[in-house]
Write a protein that binds this ligand. Structure first.
Ligand code: AMP
Ligand code: ZN
Length: 498
């Protein structure tokens, strides 16, 4: 771990409602799972906020020396239009509307998601499993939960028995703070047609109606997995029956994460996750940004300026900076004023970064108090991030460094030691680039070019897989004319620019 982490990392655990000292199961390894997008439409900026909040968490853990296995799934089946477990699958519905195959919808919006996160300079996860790729694991988990006596089968569907679970001493509601009796009282009474024993029971496996296209064989007949089950199955597969951190947006606490805890305990008899982290919402005009209500702003509408809300374009790095200015557990509202201020702040920060990287140390009379002050600022960057990843406070410390850097730049000699100067430079660069993932706009342009090329490579592979060789050759040849060579190998395709 880094020298400066003499304060301990504290993480707010939504399960206990307290900040707790972070103790990984197997230091220096950390297992972290974050719920990924349901790929039935373009990701909006609200979704991006949650993914970027966890990007900062992963980046900081790595920065202080942890070896992180970061798993973020793609939900490509099982998430129904009505979260109350009825209705069409969100992906099939979109496929019907767009007259495409469900997997074409999945491919299209997964590519968009990857592309957007690349523009924001988010690190890719180590493993990105899909729900449809883990049907067997999900079926096995359902079998085990039935075997342990916590689920029952009715007419080709399997439901989790919440009452039984609580009778065995567990506590459904522990994460969301909901009380089971209130849940029962608040639910619609069973109308006699429902197969569930109790209204709060949730589906682990649903029988597919004849119209339901996304379906798989199972011991209970043809059907599809429940949305909550996929994350339990994939988390367990790649991180173990118990792992360190599970993240997602605040709106996933109930029922999604509540059900994940119940499934994990009912299946394996242990607490599945040690630290539950929930990122707060991005709002637009004071209301949650949400696909279902249409109160959204898409990343490309923001980057191109083509929207009726903001009046001008903002770069991905300015937006990333804007999001860093709020703590991940606070609500953040989108507005033109806030983005304009962020744009100024971002340029000021990156300008200071340019200065310190060009500045030569100039020997002068060293002031001990100034040395101590800079050492304190360096320490404060860690202390603030160790305090539940407090990015706004860390940013404020970096801005104190900006003032110092600008002063050093205009003075003839320096009042700090060469060692402190160099530590400040390393810390300043490290927090901006590695922890906050901020790049100068030139660097970002460079990564946009890389992002676009990788996108074209993915599209070419897709064309080849569909035997559309005319299109795949066209992509290769046109890129070649532009001086970009594609090289195919067993591991995939890479590019080089002449
Ligand atoms: P979904 O694709 O709907 O499954 O959502 C993907 C992620 O985005 C989940 O972690 C959600 O909690 C999160 N999310 C959805 N809306 C917002 C929002 N307005 N602000 C922040 N995160 C959000
Ligand atoms: Zn999930």
């Amino acid at each position: 771990m880094s020298d400066y982490t003499n304060s301990t990392l504290m993480i707010y655990n939504s399960l206990s409602g307290k900040k707790e000292e972070f103790k990984p199961i197997q230091t220096p390894n950390v297992g972290m799972y974050v719920c990924g997008p349901t790929v039935y439409s373009n990701v909006h900026l609200g979704n991006c906020r949650t993914f970027l909040s966890f990007d900062n968490v992963v980046r900081y853990l790595k920065f202080i020396g942890y070896n992180v296995r970061y798993v973020r799934n793609i939900t490509d089946a099982g998430h129904l239009v009505d979260d109350a477990e009825e209705g069409e699958d969100k992906i099939s519905k979109k496929a019907r509307l767009e007259k495409l195959e469900p997997m074409e919808i999945v491919q299209k919006y997964t590519l968009d998601f990857h592309h957007v996160l690349r523009l924001f300079n988010a690190l890719p996860p180590n493993i990105e499993p899909t729900a449809t790729g883990h049907i067997i694991e999900q079926i096995e988990m359902v079998k085990q939960i039935i075997h342990n006596g916590f689920a029952y089968e009715v007419n080709g569907s399997v439901y989790f028995d919440v009452k039984k679970y609580n009778e065995k001493g567990y506590n459904y509601g522990e994460l969301s703070g909901r009380n089971i009796d209130d849940l029962i009282a608040g639910s619609r009474a069973l109308d006699g047609q429902s197969e569930k024993k109790n209204p709060q029971d949730f589906a682990l496996w649903k029988k597919a109606s004849p119209a339901h296209i996304m379906r798989w064989s199972s011991p209970w007949g043809e059907g599809f997995p429940g949305w909550h089950l996929e994350c339990s199955a994939m988390g367990t597969k790649y991180l173990g029956e118990q792992f360190d951190i599970h993240g997602g947006g605040m709106d996933l606490k109930f029922p999604h994460h509540e059900c994940e805890i119940a499934q994990g305990k009912a299946c394996n008899g242990i607490e599945p996750v040690n630290y539950w982290m929930h990122a707060n919402m991005l709002t637009l005009n004071g209301k949650k940004m949400s696909k279902s209500t249409g109160n959204t702003l898409l990343p490309h509408e923001l980057f191109s300026g083509e929207n009726n809300i903001l009046g001008k374009a903002y770069s991905p790095m300015v937006v990333r900076f804007f999001m860093l200015q709020a703590h991940y557990r606070s609500i953040l509202d989108f507005s033109a004023e806030a983005l304009n201020a962020a744009e100024k702040g971002f340029h000021k920060l990156m300008n200071a970064k340019k200065i310190i990287n060009q500045l030569q140390y100039k020997k002068g009379t060293v002031s001990e108090s100034e040395n101590n002050r800079i050492n304190q600022l360096i320490q404060d960057c860690y202390t603030n991030m160790n305090d539940d990843f407090n990015t706004p406070k860390t940013m404020a410390v970096l801005f104190e460094m900006v003032n110092k850097i600008n002063k050093l730049n205009t003075s003839d000699n320096m009042d700090i030691s060469e060692e402190v100067f160099s530590k400040m430079k390393t810390t300043f660069n490290g927090f901006i680039e590695d922890v906050f993932g901020l790049q100068s706009e030139e660097q970002a342009d460079d990564s946009i070019v890389k992002g676009v090329l990788n996108l074209l490579i993915e599209l070419r592979t897709e064309a080849k897989n569909n035997k559309n060789y005319a299109l795949s050759d066209k992509i290769r040849d046109e890129l070649n004319t532009l001086g970009v060579q594609l090289k195919d190998s067993k591991e995939g395709t890479t590019f080089s620019i002449n």
